[in-house]
Design a protein around this ligand. Sequence first.
Ligand code: AMP
Length: 214
Amino acid sequence: MNIILLGAPGAGKGTQARYLVEDRGMVQLSTGDMLREAKDSGTEMGNVVAEVMAKGQLVTDEIVIGLIREKLETVKANGFIFDGFPRTLAQADALAALLQAEGQTLDAVVEMAVDDEALVQRITARSTCGSCGEVYNDITKPIPADGKCAKCGGTEFKRRADDNEDSLRTRLMEYYKKTSPLIGYYYAKGKLTRIDGLGEINDVRAAIGRVLDK
Ligand code: AMP
């Protein structure tokens, strides 16, 4: 089964995608992670997107569709979780065509609803383990007192360069202008289920599980 996790920056898509990988052996396709990898590896494309990402703007459809196309053509999986993709109507149309070309379907779109104030709080407080990517939050899920990642024991933690208030404002604006129309798009296709993304992490995890098992 292939699903999309849809929601504003900070809604918890990455955290929940990681649970789905653990719980169901699905494969997470995060265009944000792919772009950060490209940025860090210093490729030509990485250099082009670095500035756009730092400002909180969307990278071009052409680039992100290309990244997803390559994955769908090369990775075999029991199911994909699209995390942070699609973010525009053009990307959504492209995804439909790519899945069709691979003989696959889109089974569900889970909209993770979280109010704006909570998003700002979550994003400005978040950090991740440099080794395994486990997500922490200074307030709701702090790094353990011994300074070691609860999951892998790693001792280096990083904050994303674009997790600052300026870039966040732009990211939220981009979400409302370009991504939120996807809610209506997938609703009209009968694929959309909205869940409350504000609850406790395990309640959100269970709610997503119920949508997938429907
Ligand atoms: P994320 O990790 O999903 O929050 O993405 C981080 C940044 O990568 C975004 O603010 C955009 O600059 C870029 N990005 C990620 N996914 C996409 C996408 N599907 N379309 C355009 N830009 C994207």
